[in-house]
Design a protein around this ligand. Structure first.
Ligand SMILES: [Zn+2]
Ligand SMILES: [Zn+2]
Length: 372
């Protein structure tokens, strides 16, 4: 009954096609662990970057995918309850947070799971070492102990639940770290990818008076408008960073924005983000600046009394709030527009390509689909 192996799309070599292969599953299940049949994996920009070799220090082979929802098919002893007290049983449909160790400085002293030194992030697990598969591009995956589980409500689509696992929870945490949206505040969202679109929606729903979203290509910017942006700025058309700052200045009556959220990453984004801030404004950094980043003008940080705040992914609390956000705002925003039609594991390559070329906002893989 319990599967001993799983079919998975393996990343063996950066940039090369994924290889469909059989990978073992753990023989024995430690207390608190489980085996999950993956129902849906939504891809994240990080999956595409990793595949393209942007993180060459990651040891291969691995199974990509860290936004997924699945059904419990086997449980270790002490299965217990989910993070909200609901029973976790065979057949429960769950999402889960990255596992944490509970005894490092981040866990024990700072009590911030995202800062755990031993966080079980998808790409940290080699597929040729126990427990083999914790990624989502696989028919079955191991759910480690120390990963908080959340049983998903019956009426929540798999795609929504999966995307809460990285994209949506990351946005939720970024707003929390920023201290929320002041009523009527001006919010600038740097980026119109999945995080940018969710951030645009959350700014709008959170009571912003004005929402300005920067990004591209144009299809994504049209979506940003549908997700609540008053103004969109196409960075492929307005390529000069200072010109974009001037546009935000003009749109805000020379005052600047109260909250500027970087979900784009890139070398000029944080300099630009700080320059777009109003006095006492906040710049939240979610994106990766990468090498060769432009200097952030600290004299502006000082003279305007700005706050520059980092935000890293999300913990199980952010995950729970992400699920609530999707449900709570379902009547207001067409979340389904974020997701492409699902493909099977054999087409996971093309799904990754769609992420890399921005053809998809969120490519979707359903490992249950037949492999032809
Ligand atoms: Zn991600
Ligand atoms: Zn830890």
């Amino acid at each position: 009954m319990r599967p001993k192996v799983t079919r998975a799309a393996l990343l063996r070599e950066f940039g090369a096609p994924l290889e469909l292969a059989e990978v073992p599953l753990p023989d024995e299940l430690p207390p608190g662990s489980a085996i999950v049949r993956v129902r849906t994996t939504t891809l994240c920009g990080t999956d595409a970057h990793l595949w393209q070799g942007a993180m060459p220090f990651v040891a291969l082979p691995i199974v990509l995918g860290h936004e997924m929802v699945g059904e419990i098919v086997a449980l270790g002893p002490y299965a217990g309850q989910d993070a909200l007290g609901a029973p976790v049983e065979i057949g429960s449909r769950v999402v889960w947070s990255e596992s944490v160790c509970g005894h490092c400085h981040g866990c024990a002293v700072l009590r911030e799971p995202v800062l755990c030194a031993n966080r079980g992030y998808g790409f940290s697990q080699r597929a040729d070492r126990w427990p083999f598969v914790i990624g989502g591009l696989s028919e079955y995956a191991y759910l480690p102990p120390g990963a908080h589980r959340v049983v998903v409500a019956d009426d929540m689509p798999d795609t929504w639940a999966a995307s809460a696992g990285c994209a949506v929870k990351t946005v939720v945490r970024a707003f929390a770290n920023a201290g929320g949206v002041d009523p009527g505040a001006t919010v600038v969202v740097q980026g119109s990818g999945p995080l940018g679109l969710v951030a645009t929606a959350l700014a709008r729903a959170g009571g912003a008076g004005q929402v300005i979203t920067l990004g591209g290509p144009s299809g994504r910017l049209r979506m940003a408008t549908a997700f609540g942006a008053d103004t969109i700025i196409d960075v492929t058309a307005v390529t000069d960073s200072d010109e974009r700052v001037a546009m935000v200045e003009e749109l805000t009556g020379a005052r600047g924005a109260d909250l500027v959220i970087d979900v784009a990453g890139g070398p000029t984004v944080n300099r630009e983000g700080v320059l777009m801030c109003a006095q006492r404004g906040t710049h939240v950094v979610v994106g990766l600046a990468g090498p060769g980043a432009a200097a952030v003008p600290m004299d502006v940080v000082m003279s305007r009394e700005l706050r520059v705040v980092g935000s890293l992914n999300g913990d199980v609390g952010d995950l729970v709030r992400a699920l609530r956000l999707l449900t709570g705002l379902a009547d207001r925003f067409a979340w389904d527009a974020l997701f492409s039609d699902p493909v099977g594991l054999a087409d996971a390559d093309s799904a990754l390509k769609d992420m890399a070329t921005m053809a998809a906002v969120k490519a979707v893989v359903d490992p249950r689909m037949e492999i032809s």
